[in-house]
Design a protein around this ligand. Structure first.
Ligand code: NAG
Ligand code: NAG
Length: 327
């Protein structure tokens, strides 16, 4: 008799567990062929119905909105999306304030994680460490100030990383070290003032980098030198005053550089002589106000900027060298 009773409890528990959330199913409007479960609390009055000819196996994306669940903390153990949807490729998390270190631990096959529109200020170091197949991470519109140095250490497959629209004021020097396949990096709308000289050193495959709308005053020597296939560098809406060619290294392919809305008074002429820059946006600067889209016009239109140019201060260089030696 007692045995039977226990069995009953176990069955009941697993029923509750399986029905821990409900889905509102929909086709993605953004990504073709993607089929989404927008999670709802189990108590919701909505009756689940798949779209025509679709099943749980077709679900690619799960959207978790903390506001809808009245939950400010996201922990995967509450939901077990992977047990229900064998073909899950991405998870979107919105509207929470904290996220569990193990939140994505069981999702080794995920392609994409989105953490957006949240009040999150910090992310745990191990958050993505089991998700070694990720190709895209989007951490946008949150309140993040900095990230742990090893947060992406196991994400070598990553090609797309968005960290824009946060409050990032510091990035540890090795944070992107493992991201040898990264092609696009979005850091716009943050509070970055300085960039560590080695920050982008491992990003040999990066073609596009966006640093628009930060507070950057100076670009260190060689900061973009290892980006071998650079095509777009966006530096608009910062506090740059002098552009040194040694920040950029070789530019062999057609590259667009946007410096609009800075306070630029001087540019090293070598930046143009030694490179294949196809477009420079100087709108709203001091020595030039122009968007120059024709390569042969660049030299003539930036004459005033070139004339103002002085190389990096010798004293500063000496100090940097002695610091490196001391280190
Ligand atoms: C989803 O997964 C099932 C079982 O793993 C598999 O048989 C099916 O082909 C997959 N469907 C899609 C659309 O990938
Ligand atoms: C999350 O849910 C709230 C409340 O229903 C809604 O206002 C908000 O737009 C939702 N956010 C997203 C990104 O779906």
């Amino acid at each position: 008799m007692i045995k039977c009773f226990c069995f009953f409890i176990v069955v009941l528990q697993s029923l509750i567990f399986v029905s821990g959330f409900k889905c509102e199913f929909e086709k993605s409007t953004v990504l073709e062929h993607q089929y989404i479960c927008r999670t709802l609390p189990a108590s919701s009055e909505i009756i689940e119905t798949h779209l025509l000819e679709k099943t749980d196996n077709d679900v690619n994306n799960v959207v978790f909105n903390g506001t809808v669940h009245a939950k400010s903390h996201f922990a995967a153990s509450d939901f077990q999306f992977n047990e229900r949807f064998p073909n899950l490729s991405s998870i979107y998390v919105y509207g929470v304030s904290t996220i569990d270190e193990n939140a994505f631990q069981k999702y080794e096959h995920l392609d994409e994680i989105w953490i957006t529109d949240t009040d999150i200020e910090d992310l745990p170091e191990k958050l993505f460490s089991s998700c070694t197949k990720l190709t895209a991470i989007l951490i946008t519109d949150n309140k993040i100030k900095t990230l742990p140095e090893n947060i992406f250490v196991n994400n070598q497959e990553l090609t797309y990383l968005r960290l824009d629209n946060n409050q990032i004021n510091y990035l540890p020097p090795n944070i992107f070290k493992s991201l040898i396949n990264l092609e696009m990096l979005f850091l716009e709308e943050n509070n970055l003032q300085t960039l560590h000289p080695a920050l982008f050193e491992s990003l040999g495959k990066l073609t596009s980098i966006n640093l628009y709308s930060n507070k950057i005053t100076d670009l260190p020597k060689n900061i973009f030198s290892s980006l071998e296939n650079k095509k777009q560098i966006y530096l608009g809406d910062n506090q740059l005053t002098t552009i040194h060619s040694d920040s950029f290294g070789n530019i062999e392919r057609k590259t667009e550089i946007r410096f609009n809305n800075n306070k630029i008074i001087a540019i090293d002429e070598k930046l143009i002589d030694d490179t294949d820059i196809s477009m420079i946006d100087m709108t709203n600067n001091i020595c030039s106000q122009e968007l120059i889209e024709i390569r042969i016009q660049i030299k003539e239109k930036l004459r005033k900027c070139f004339d103002n140019y002085k190389p990096r201060e010798v004293l500063k260089l000496f100090w940097t060298h002695s610091k490196i030696i001391m280190d």
